[in-house]
Structure formats: structure tokens, C-alpha cells
Design a protein around this ligand. Structure first.
Ligand SMILES: *Cc1c(COP(=O)(O)O)cnc(C)c1O
Length: 656
């Protein structure tokens, strides 16, 4: 430990500690570099976690005070900036409460699994940057989401324990006593505590059932993210929705707008309704009030991806909660059934969320269309996803600062970065080179493979769900072999859900290709995909390959991170890509049409994927390549970042 508890606190250390307690540091390049420079070795070993680093640091490096002071001044002025985008552009907007089952904010906070969580994290960071009155609610999981280990050619899941005292978490107190929220479960209630995590100007409240007062079963409710069966899932969703909304009341943070990020949190508007009725308001009037204040974003274009709970599970979890209000059995079920007259049909959380909201939106134009058809609801709109500008490497950011100094304002307003069109190729090459080098160093360190500097590195990293077809590129060994001989390297990364046998078989299939003498050393797999690896990959690859079975990908965001860094996309025209692809800014795989069978679709898309990669290799390193990079960044950056996305939500969804 650094300071003796009785010695007067060193002001520089005190400032560092304060900085470490707000995740703002993680998207400020100088603050990040400041922490890393304290002890680079430990920084890497500790998952880039400054709270843990400061706890074990021997002493501060000499002469660091001025740098700490400079970062600290910027941090304070960020927190207290009066002239924010929201004050200027949306002064009438009140408090928005955002709920989500997962938040992907930083690699050291393992309370996310993949795209949904990273999107939620980026939404918070942009809401903070734009200055919205914003509060977020989620769950704190003791074992987070699993860490992937590869053993004997297979994925193995490890569930390390997350220690709150090593994270920037503060237990919420009210009137000097720790807040305890009562959470219904069947005939009983149990307790949850609430952690506060500060994300710039935005507080994120995380409920946690791991308290000694609770039974072991109750404590296990926040054991792991997406870990258990349906009965565990509904308990988590009751904790998030009902418990989360009770926490808001205890904290005196009533929403003006309640934003449900995916159907997991759809019990929240029911609890809001219950609270209003309990204080004497009329049921119908209260329900209208709640519906008028709730908005819902759906992320799942496949019916099987929506949570469904049978009658027994719903009544087991919320029966008493409902009985005490004198509400009938259909009160919850009917709000989430496709056909309320069919008493055997299950509660669909997406339908419940839709029914309790004034608006529903998908996350890309195509996904909006798919959702309108799936739910037979012409009112569903869309707000296309984006990624936070912090996904850009510091070198590319430096280039933007020089070439287009107003790039952040333009990105927020969706205006093209015109000045990039005149940016010399050499500047682009130089801005990209350090990230390419960092990725090559990681590959060498982890796999012992030296990738030549002139090679084209393609990335494929994502959840290993079967519809994403990680094996499509491996389907024709001959054609793949020719591409590899022409200088292609392919880096795979990604995790399959521990219960997804087909997904795990796909991981094994890619690992097999990594060992195959025909592809070994050029088809590579990096285990343990997480936010840190996602950052290295999307900043460092030259090409991003995305080949889901259209139209299964609601949006996808990794390709957007690649575009922000001057890499190019080769993608099926699914999710966000049809809104970006213009022929001169990347490649389209396959055709935007429907097929009679999956086999037919896979064969056609594989053929197209190989043809695209043949063209990619022809283009690599030519002036045409760099012209595509300029187009891709100039038009794509302003369209697919979360500043623009949150501004769209503020204007089209949150405002009445
Ligand atoms: C960006 C990101 C995702 C999103 O992946 P998509 O397949 O593009 O939706 C998932 N996981 C991590 C770690 C990410 O950084």
C-alpha cells in the first residue's frame, strides 16, 4: 500500500485516486497514458485497472506532479462544463433513465458479454460527453461473464471472482446507512445492495444480491451474466426491472424518460405502474402515464432470441407482488402474449416491453424493417447503432485533430469529414502504422507468429453464434490456400456461450484450421476475446470480415470501430452495412436477397466471400485502397458513432 493511513495524504496521489474512481480516464488518452506510465508491467497484468494499480504501487514516479495536475484540471472542467451539447440543443429534455442487463465499459469491469453491453457502455459515454441528464441501472455480477481458455483444441470457461474493492465502485448510502432494496421473489422478498459507478457525468447504479443476509440461492441471482437456466434468468430480470426501479425511488431519481435497452428490463415499467397505483392513482391513468414515458430498443431480429417465460415461472417470481395489488393473473401475462386468449402461450419480454412503451425502435434501418414484419407493427422505427469516438487509436485521433479540427462536432451532427478527402496517403499510412504494429506484436507474443509488415491482416472477432458463420471462410481449403499464399493473414477471436454446443464446435473448427499444415501460421486464433482485445484488433486490422446469415445481424458495431481507425470492411449487406456501403468505401459480400435454403445461402455467400477477398488482395497497398479508406472514414465516421446516435435518441425518441 502506498501511504501509511496516518500520514497526510499526498495531494498528487489523492488526485490520481480521484481520477481512478471515474471511468472518464478510460476514454481520455492522456489520463490512460498517465496511469499506464506508473508501472507498465503491472498495468498490463492488472487488466489496465488503475484502482488495483494504485492499491499495490510502491511509490509515485518522480516528476509526475505536473502531468497529474494537467489531467486533473481537464477532468474537473469536463465534469463542470456548463456549455454542453444538451444545454445548447436539447435544453427542455429531462432525466433519462437507461436500463440494461449488461454494460461493456472497460476490460477490467467484466459485467458484459458482447455487442449489447458494449453498445450500452458507449451510449453512456456519449450521453456523458453530450451532457444529457442521464442515469443508468444494471446488475453487478460476482463472476461476471466467463473468461475463455483454450485447452486441447476446445473452449473452456473460467469464472474468476470480481472484487468490488478493486474497482471504482462505491456502495450507495442513504442517510449514512447502506441502501438495501427489497426484491420480490415468490412469497418472499430478499435484499440487494447498490453500487455506484461514475462514468464521466453519468452515474451507473448496479444492483447486487450477494449479501450475507440473503439465502445462498438469493445470493446466486447476481452470480454470473447469462449463466443459469430460465428460472435464474427471470429472477435476474425481476431484480433488474423491479429492484432497479425501487432503487431509483429510494435515490429520488424519477425518470422523465425510461429507456429499456432490450427486453430484459421490461418489468421496470410494471413496477413503476405498481408504485403509482399504490400511492392512490387510477390504474388506467397510471398505465398511460408509464407508457407515455417509456421507450424501448429491441436488438434481436430472430424470434428465438427473445426471452420467453411460461406462466409457472412468472407466477413463481411475481405472483405475490401481483396478488398484493389485487391484480388478476392475466395482468402480467397478457401484456406480453402474442395472443392473450391463448392461456398457454408464454410471456415474451420483447412484447411486454413493446406494450409498455410509447415507442419501439430497431438498431439499423434493415433491422427496423425486420422488426416491423416480425411484430406486424408498422410503428417500429430505427436508430442505427454507432460506437464511441474513443474506439479510435490515439494516432488516428491526432491525425483528425490536425486535418479536421472540428471532427467531434461534425461527428455529433452527422456531417462528413470533408477535409479527410485531401489527406495525403502518407499521413494515413503513418497514423495507422502504430496500431498495426501493436497487433503484430500481440500475435507474436501470444502465438509466436511473426506477421510480415506488408501482409494484409484481416480480422474476424465476435460471439461464436452459428448464424455469424465463423467457418464460412474455411469452407473451401483450396481457395483459402491461394489467398493465404497471396499474403493474407486472418485473425479470429471470439467466445461461444458455454451452453451453446454448436458455437463451441465452431471455435473448435477454427482451432483445427490453425493447426492444419495448409493454413497454420496464417489462420490464427487469439483466445480470451474482450474489450481490450477488441480495441487492439479493430484498430490494427486492415480488413474486417463480417459474414452473418442475412438478416440475422441487427446491427453489428465492430466494423464501425474498424472504419474509425482507417481499416476497411468486407461485409454481408446486413445490419448497419447497407446504410454505409456505396461501392467506393469497402466491399459487399453476397447479395441482399432471400434464399430458399440455408445451404443455398451459405454456398452463394462463400463463393462471393472468396471473390471479394481476391479483389481485396489486388487492391491492398494501391492508391485505390487509400482512396477507399478516405471515403470510408469521411462518410462513415459521422454516421456510425454514438455521439450522433445519442443525439438522434435525444431528438427522435426521448423528446415528446
Ligand atoms: C464491439 C464489440 C462487440 C460487438 O461485436 P459485433 O459482432 O460487431 O456486434 C462485441 N464484443 C466486444 C468485446 C466488442 O468490443
Amino acid at each position: 500500500m502506498l501511504a501509511h493511513p496516518r500520514s497526510p495524504p499526498d495531494p498528487t496521489l489523492a488526485r490520481l485516486m480521484e481520477l481512478s474512481q471515474n471511468l472518464w480516464w478510460s476514454w481520455d488518452p492522456q489520463a490512460t497514458e498517465l496511469f499506464a506510465s506508473l508501472d507498465r508491467h503491472r498495468w498490463e497484468a492488472l487488466d489496465h485497472n488503475p484502482v488495483a494499480l494504485l492499491q499495490e504501487l510502491g511509490e509515485l514516479p518522480a516528476g509526475i506532479k505536473d502531468r497529474v495536475d494537467a489531467v486533473y484540471e481537464r477532468f474537473r472542467s469536463y465534469l463542470h462544463e456548463p456549455d454542453t451539447w444538451a444545454r445548447r440543443s436539447r435544453p427542455e429534455l429531462g432525466r433519462v433513465v437507461y436500463m440494461s442487463m449488461e454494460f461493456g465499459l472497460h476490460e477490467s469491469l467484466r459485467i458484459y458479454s458482447g455487442g449489447l453491453g458494449v453498445l450500452a457502455g458507449d451510449h453512456l459515454r456519449s450521453a456523458s460527453d453530450l451532457g444529457l441528464d442521464f442515469v443508468a441501472v444494471g446488475l453487478f455480477y460476482k463472476h461476471g461473464y466467463f473468461r475463455q481458455i483454450i485447452d486441447l483444441g476446445q473452449q473452456v470457461a473460467a469464472w474468476p471472482t470480481v472484487r468490488p474493492e478493486r474497482l471504482p465502485l462505491e456502495e450507495v448510502q442513504i442517510g449514512g446507512r447502506p441502501l438495501r432494496v427489497l426484491v420480490p421473489h415468490g412469497e418472499r422478498q430478499y435484499l440487494a445492495r447498490v453500487w455506484r459507478l461514475q462514468v464521466g457525468r453519468v452515474p451507473l447504479y448496479l444492483l447486487d444480491a450477494d449479501l450475507p443476509e440473503n439465502t445462498p440461492e438469493d445470493r446466486a441471482v447476481t452470480g454470473s451474466l447469462y449463466g443459469g437456466d430460465a428460472s435464474m434468468r427471470i429472477r435476474q430480470e425481476v431484480l433488474l426491472g423491479v429492484g432497479g426501479f425501487r432503487a431509483l425511488r429510494a435515490l429520488d431519481l424519477p425518470p422523465e424518460v425510461l429507456h429499456l435497452n432490450e427486453g430484459h428490463c421490461a418489468f421496470a415499467p410494471l413496477e413503476w405502474l405498481r408504485q403509482r397505483v399504490e400511492t392512490g392513482c387510477d390504474f388506467r391513468v397510471s398505465e398511460l402515464h408509464v407508457q407515455q414515458a417509456t421507450v424501448f430498443t429491441t436488438h434481436t431480429p430472430v424470434p428465438a432470441g427473445h426471452d420467453r417465460f411460461g406462466w409457472d415461472l412468472v407466477d413463481g417470481a411475481l405472483g405475490r407482488w401481483r396478488d398484493r395489488m389485487g391484480w388478476s393473473q392475466g395482468m402480467i401475462m397478457d401484456r406480453g402474449r402474442r395472443d392473450p386468449s391463448n392461456l398457454r402461450s408464454a410471456l415474451n419480454m420483447t412484447r411486454l416491453a413493446m406494450g409498455m412503451s410509447r415507442s419501439t425502435n430497431g438498431v439499423s434501418a434493415l433491422h427496423g424493417q425486420v422488426s416491423r414484419d416480425m411484430f406486424n407493427n408498422p410503428a417500429i422505427g430505427h436508430v442505427t447503432n454507432g460506437v464511441h469516438p474513443a474506439w479510435t487509436s490515439s494516432e488516428v485521433r491526432g491525425l483528425l485533430d490536425r486535418v479536421q479540427p472540428d471532427w467531434i462536432d461534425r461527428a455529433t451532427e452527422g456531417q462528413a469529414l470533408d477535409a479527410l478527402e485531401a489527406c495525403p496517403t502518407q499521413s494515413l499510412v503513418e497514423a495507422r502504422e502504430p496500431s498495426r504494429q501493436r497487433l503484430r506484436a500481440l500475435i507474436e507474443q501470444r502465438l509466436g507468429v511473426k506477421v510480415p509488415a506488408e501482409a494484409l491482416i484481416a480480422g474476424f472477432a465476435r460471439r461464436f453464434a452459428p448464424y455469424k458463420r465463423a467457418d464460412l471462410l474455411l469452407s473451401d481449403a483450396e481457395r483459402l490456400g491461394r489467398l493465404l499464399d497471396a499474403g493474407l493473414y486472418v485473425v479470429f477471436a471470439g467466445k461461444a456461450h458455454p451452453h451453446d454446443e454448436a458455437g463451441k464446435a465452431l471455435v473448435a473448427r477454427v482451432l483445427e484450421a490453425c493447426r492444419d499444415p495448409r493454413t497454420r501460421g496464417r489462420v490464427l486464433f487469439l483466445s480470451g476475446y474482450d474489450i481490450a482485445m477488441g480495441r487492439l484488433l479493430t484498430q490494427g486490422v486492415d480488413l474486417w470480415i463480417n459474414n452473418p446469415r442475412r438478416p440475422r445481424e441487427a446491427s453489428g458495431t465492430s466494423g464501425q470501430k474498424v472504419l474509425l481507425n482507417g481499416g476497411l470492411n468486407a461485409s454481408v449487406l446486413d445490419g448497419w452495412w447497407p446504410e454505409s456501403y456505396a461501392g467506393d468505401n469497402g466491399w459487399a459480400i453476397g447479395e441482399p436477397r432471400e434464399y430458399g435454403s440455408i445451404a443455398e445461402q451459405d454456398a452463394a455467400d462463400a463463393d462471393s466471400l472468396y471473390a471479394v477477398l481476391e479483389d481485396v488482395l489486388q487492391t491492398w497497398g494501391t492508391e485505390r485502397w487509400w482512396q477507399m479508406v478516405r471515403r470510408s472514414m469521411a462518410v462513415g465516421f459521422p454516421a456510425f458513432n454514438t455521439h450522433r446516435m445519442v443525439a438522434d435518441y435525444a431528438r427522435d425518441v426521448y423528446a415528446r
